[in-house]
Design a protein around this ligand. Structure first.
Ligand code: NAD
Length: 253
C-alpha cells in the first residue's frame, strides 16, 4: 500500500532507542524526511547513522522534552533545516515508576513536565504551520495504562490519561483544518525500558502469562501503527487511541 507521505517532514522525539527509534525508521522507510530528537547526542548520532545506512533520510537534533526552552530551540533548528514538521510523533522515556504512596511533590512535578506538558508544548509549536497548510498528523505515544492504570506506574497512568484527554479535545479543535491527533498505546514491548522495569526473570515470566499473545510486542509492531496513522489513508481517523497490546486489555472499551 502506498501511504502517500514520501517527502513529508517528520519530527520524532525520544527517537534514539526503543519505540521512538522504530518509528523514525518506519517513517524513513516510507520516504519521510525525519528529524530525530533525544537527549544524548552520541546515542542519537548512532541511531541516525543506522537509518541513513538503510537508505533513509534522517538527522539528529538533541533536546530534552521535559524542558520548555529546549522544545522551542528544537523547533527553531528543525524549521531552519527542513521546514515545519508535518508529522509530529511525541515520545520520550516514561516517568519514574512507583505506587502512589511512594511519590512526592518532585516526582509529580517532573512527570507533569516530561509526560503531559511535553505533549502540549510540542503540539502547540507544530500546529500553526500544520493548520495553515491544511495537513498535519500528531501522534502521541502513550500506554495501555490509559485504559487500565497500573499500580506501580502511577505517574504514567495519571499523566498519559491526561495526554489522551488533551489529544481528544485538540483533535476536535483542529479536525476541520486537515490535522489529525491520535494516540498509540503500546502494551508490553521489548525495549530497554521493559528490561529495566522487569529485570527479574521470574517477574518477566509472570508478566508473559498475562499476555494472550504469549510474547512481548516488538517496537516495529508499534511503529507500524504510528506510520499508518501518519498516512494519507488515515485522514479520517482522529481523536483515537490504538492499542497494540497482544490482547492484554480485558474489558470492552
Ligand atoms: P526507551 O527507554 O527504550 O526509549 C525512550 C527514548 O526516549 C530514548 O530514545 C530516550 O533517549 C528518549 N528520552 C527519554 N527521556 C527523554 C527526554 N526527557 N527528552 C527527550 N528524549 C527522551 O523507552 P520505550 O520502551 O521505547 O518507550 C517509549 C515510550 O512508550 C515511553 O514513554 C514508555 O513509557 C511508553 N511505553 C512503553 C512500553 C514498553 O513496554 N516498552 C509500554 C507502554 C508504554
Amino acid at each position: 500500500m502506498q501511504l502517500g507521505i514520501a517527502g513529508r517532514v517528520a519530527l520524532v522525539t525520544g527517537a534514539s532507542k526503543g519505540i521512538g527509534f522504530a518509528v523514525a525508521r518506519g517513517l524513513a522507510a516510507e520516504g519521510v524526511r525525519v528529524a530525530m530528537s533525544a537527549r544524548n547526542e552520541d546515542t542519537l548520532a548512532s541511531a541516525v547513522e543506522a537509518i541513513r545506512l538503510a537508505g533513509g533520510e534522517a538527522y539528529g537534533e538533541p533536546a530534552d522534552v521535559a524542558r520548555p526552552e529546549q522544545i522551542e530551540a528544537l523547533f527553531d533548528r528543525v524549521r531552519r533545516r527542513q521546514g515545519d514538521p508535518e508529522i509530529l510523533v511525541v515520545n520520550a522515556g516514561g516517568p519514574p515508576p512507583g505506587v502512589p504512596s511512594a511519590l512526592g511533590e518532585a516526582d509529580w512535578a517532573y512527570g507533569y513536565e516530561l509526560t503531559l506538558m511535553s505533549a502540549v508544548r510540542l503540539a502547540r509549536a507544530a500546529l500553526p504551520a500544520m493548520r495553515e497548510r491544511h495537513w498535519g498528523r500528531i501522534i502521541n505515544i502513550t500506554s495501555l495504562s490509559v485504559k487500565e492504570p497500573l499500580l506501580t506506574l502511577t505517574l504514567s497512568s495519571a499523566y498519559r490519561a491526561a495526554v489522551t484527554g488533551f489529544s481528544k479535545t485538540l483533535a476536535k479543535e483542529v479536525a476541520a483544518d486537515g490535522v489529525t491527533v491520535n494516540g498509540v498505546g503500546p502494551g508490553y514491548t521489548a525495549t530497554e525500558r521493559l528490561d529495566e522495569l522487569f529485570a527479574d526473570e521470574e517477574a518477566r515470566e509472570t508478566l508473559l502469562e498475562t499476555i494472550p499473545a504469549q510474547r512481548f510486542g516488538t517496537p516495529d509492531e508499534v511503529a507500524a501503527v504510528v506510520v499508518f496513522l501518519a498516512s494519507q489513508q488515515a485522514a479520517y481517523i482522529t481523536g483515537q487511541t490504538v492499542f497494540p497490546d497482544g490482547g492484554v486489555m480485558g474489558a470492552v472499551h
